[in-house]
Ligand binder design. Structure first.
Ligand code: FPP
Length: 238
């Protein structure tokens, strides 16, 4: 199974406020950091990179900020398509696509379709994503699939109905801006993930920070609830 890293890209607002700028400027810089990190990740042996772009709770922000982030997503998809193509990067989505503005949902569906056959790193954009929402949708999908018949919900049934059931659970979850919270990110999938918290604000993140996080991960021993440890070292190449 390939190495899966998830990133909670936090601190865009604080980055901007600290400079007396609008929060939207922080998101713009955050997008630049995301582009750099995606490029670096594809050369570091990371097979799956999930970026937490917009949560199911982020709709509580002002319409201006929400609109700006959605615009950035569309811009990202257009501007980075050539890079994805050249590097065989497959773009995927996690979250509820049906509740996104139709133009954004369409752009995401298009890029997911157009990169579907690419066999390099997979970048999963978690957009209108909430871990609880994903679990609820998974249960509902499972129930809808057997209408009229009884179904026993168990871990396998839920896992099979998640947004991207073929993607392995995240090995490492990075959170920036020094917060020690999961914020509803990959709740089901992160059961045995290693966490790495960085004090740096997301717009200040670079390839070197990702390398540092991976180095820290390599030194950890994972036991998955058992007693035999699995080293993380062999999994990544820096
Ligand atoms: C968290 O910072 C960041 C977000 C909610 C938006 C993340 C979006 C991007 C980085 C741009 C789009 C990226 C891609 C890959 C399309 P915050 O606003 O919660 O910061 P704060 O906690 O300091 O206020």
């Amino acid at each position: 199974m390939g190495l899966h890293v998830g990133i909670i890209m936090d601190g865009n607002g604080r980055w901007a406020q600290g400079r007396g700028l609008m929060r939207t400027q922080g998101h713009l810089e955050g997008l630049k950091a995301a582009k750099q990190v995606v490029k670096a990740a594809s050369g570091m042996g990371i097979d799956f990179l999930t970026l937490y772009v917009f949560s199911t709770e982020n709709w509580k922000r002002t319409a201006e900020e929400v609109g700006f982030i959605m615009g950035l997503v569309r811009q990202y998809l257009k501007a980075e398509f050539a890079f994805a193509s050249e590097n065989h990067i497959r773009v995927r989505h996690a979250g509820d696509l049906s509740r996104l503005p139709p133009d954004v949902a369409e752009d995401i569906a298009d890029v997911c379709r157009d990169t579907e056959s690419f066999t390099g790193m997979q970048v999963i954009l978690a957009l209108n994503y909430g871990g609880r929402d994903e679990i609820v949708r998974a249960v509902n999908k499972a129930l809808a699939g057997v209408s009229g018949k009884e179904i026993k919900i168990n871990e396998t049934v839920i896992t099979e109905h998640l947004d991207n059931p073929d993607i392995p659970d995240p090995d490492l979850i990075i959170r920036t801006a020094g917060e020690y919270r999961t914020s509803n990110f990959l709740l089901w999938e992160a059961a045995y993930a290693e966490y790495y918290i960085s004090d740096k604000l997301w717009p200040d993140w670079t390839a070197a920070d990702l390398a540092e996080a991976i180095e820290s991960f390599q030194k950890r021993e994972r036991r998955f609830g058992g007693v035999n440890s699995a080293s993380c070292e062999a999994r990544v190449s820096l």
